[in-house]
Design a binder for this molecule. Sequence first.
Ligand code: PEP
Length: 253
Amino acid sequence: MRKNYIAGNWKMNKTLVDTQDFAINLSNKLPELKNTEIIICPPSLFVYEMAILTKDTAINVGAQDVSVHEKGAFTSEISAAMIKSTGAKYCIVGHSERRKYHNETDEIINQKLFVLLKNELTPILCIGESAEERENNLTDKVIIKQLSKGLKNVELSVPFIIAYEPIWAIGTGNTATPEMAEEVHLLIRNWLKENYNEKISQTIPILYGGSVKPSNIEELLKQPNIDGGLIGGASLEVDSMREMIKISENIEV
Ligand code: PEP
């Protein structure tokens, strides 16, 4: 049985005070949770603060990226050991904005997965096709390439999360229909079965990301292979997070 995940990716938003307010307000307003795992990924500068302020709550904390290097002369980079030492449990890897603006390749993403797993952090591996790739019927090919190269030689075991994030749906308001998303989630699950095993394919949560919000999350979560959302814009407000958490709790897992 897989839980539902409500994971917020704040990207480059919020200050320290905003982070503190959010952590306190969301912690205070949380219902008791049975089915839902909450993850907040603030900017790396505020990961520790978020981890401290939510320590005894149901809120888990993640970083948005990690260095491929373990330590040393790499100005501005943040290592997996540093992230681990803040109390964070998760780390997003391979977000399309990192691929696009920082030239991250599947090979780099693969190295990042190794450093995260070595440091016992749970990766949230993002994959997804562009609008052009979808228009040219290349979605399956792109997803399989990103999985095969990103996970090359990775001994997959739980905990590990995959997020399907079609690039054309991120920050655009154009969500994939639940059916479109489900089709790709099933492809990912089948790929995991073929390349790992049935147990892995059934236990790894596959999240959908791309303009998820309170008004569309229910239909997405009702799909059998969608186990939650990786949410950008709508994760920035406590009330909208709380609403999505409540919806998630009411959906059977
Ligand atoms: C994201 O940041 O991964 C994302 C899906 O953003 P948004 O929800 O704003 O589309």
